[in-house]
Design a protein around this ligand. Structure first.
Ligand code: ZN
Ligand code: ZN
Length: 358
């Protein structure tokens, strides 16, 4: 393959200012690195935070940033000793799903088994590290997981949000027949619904502000769905005989859904918070949370979940495609983000195709 010297790249200059530009292509992957031709990137809620606010929490854009961290690509060039996430040699032409996180594997937290909390973590699409909304990028070989023939590039990109769901569900330690509420039925919420079902939860109750997402929640395995605009706390309490649920997942962006988490939780319940709130703070009902003896866990990214995600995908235990409602070419990245941020057109998950490689 002859690789062009220039490429298209979608760069975010500030809030709602994304420009698709022609830029020099990155060259010469170093040792343990690979040059990747990006095929598909799916848009994540956290990308939307970058897009609408120009940052997340205390991290802000200081110069143009390429977002995108849920992606797959084809290996175009390899550096010396490039070994993949399974510790096998990588080769040119291989299709791969890429874990956007590159922990140092050396610090105290990595050594203690918390690579997701690594002090020196690099993460694609989080300032100052560029993400995947370009035609080419250089990534550490170790973050590449070769895609079996049975999985498409799009399914490869979905390993990332599925991995986030796996990590959150593992944190909850669900037992068979425990009741679960999932507040927010976006892509992460939908994966959590499907994974909670696999883990044996019953019933699974989902909420969302958008009716089309509630329909999607049913497709992904929710037993009951409630409109988040119409007192979901009352609905969930009524559905559980005023007992509340054993496990709550907050997978929305809302301050109110965090508050609701404690209200719909039962005594001794576990609450896992995954969504990134709009403001850099949230509230919980203090006495309710305390009296119920809640265990509250904050979910931070994931821990080496790609092999598990890929196994579930290969065994067709998880539907990776139904939630993908929109596709755009890289040249239309700005429009894709604007539509997604406005929750228009019955959108659940949008993907951006950088290259037409099947
Ligand atoms: Zn994501
Ligand atoms: Zn580390």
């Amino acid at each position: 393959m002859r690789i062009p010297d220039e490429m298209l790249s979608a760069r975010l200059y500030g809030p709602r200012d994304m420009r698709v530009e022609r830029v020099p292509r990155p060259t010469d992957p170093g040792p343990d690195e690979t040059l990747l031709q990006v095929t598909v990137t799916s848009i994540c809620g956290s990308d939307l935070h970058w897009y609408t606010d120009g940052g997340i929490g205390e991290t802000r854009i200081e110069s143009p940033l390429v977002v995108g961290h849920e992606f797959a690509g084809v290996v175009a060039e390899i550096g010396e000793n490039a070994r993949d996430g399974f510790d096998n040699p990588l080769s040119v032409g291989q299709r791969v799903a890429v874990d956007p996180a590159m922990p140092c594997h050396r610090c105290e937290y990595c050594e203690k088994g918390h690579p997701n909390l690594c002090r020196r973590l690099h993460f694609c699409g989080t300032f100052p590290d560029d993400g995947s909304l370009s035609e080419f990028m250089i990534v550490p070989a170790r973050t590449c997981f070769p895609l079996p023939d049975e999985l498409t590039n799009l399914e490869g990109a979905m390993m990332e949000p599925l991995g986030i769901g796996i990590h959150a569900v593992r944190l909850a330690e669900i037992n068979i027949a425990e009741s679960v509420a999932v507040l927010g039925s976006g892509p992460i919420g939908l994966f959590i619904i499907a994974l909670a079902k696999l883990a044996g939860a019953s019933p699974i109750i989902a909420t969302d502000l958008h009716p089309w997402r509630l329909e999607m929640a049913k497709l992904y395995g929710a037993d009951l769905v409630f409109d988040g605009n119409e007192d979901p706390v009352q609905s969930i309490r009524a559905a559980t005989g005023d007992r509340g649920v054993d496990v709550v997942f907050e997978a929305a962006f809302g301050n109110e859904t965090v508050y609701q988490s404690a209200q719909v939780a039962g005594l001794g319940a576990r609450v896992v918070l995954i969504g990134i709130t709009e403001k850099n703070s949230f509230a919980l009902p203090a006495s309710t949370s305390r009296r119920k003896g809640l265990t509250i866990k904050m979910s931070r990214r994931m821990k080496h979940t790609y092999p598990t995600a890929m196994k579930l995908a290969l065994e067709r235990k998880i539907d990776l495609n139904t939630m993908v409602t929109h596709r755009f070419p890289l040249a239309d990245a700005d429009r894709a983000f604007a539509l997604n941020a406005a929750y228009e057109n019955n959108m659940v998950k949008a993907v951006i195709e950088s290259a037409l490689v099947s």
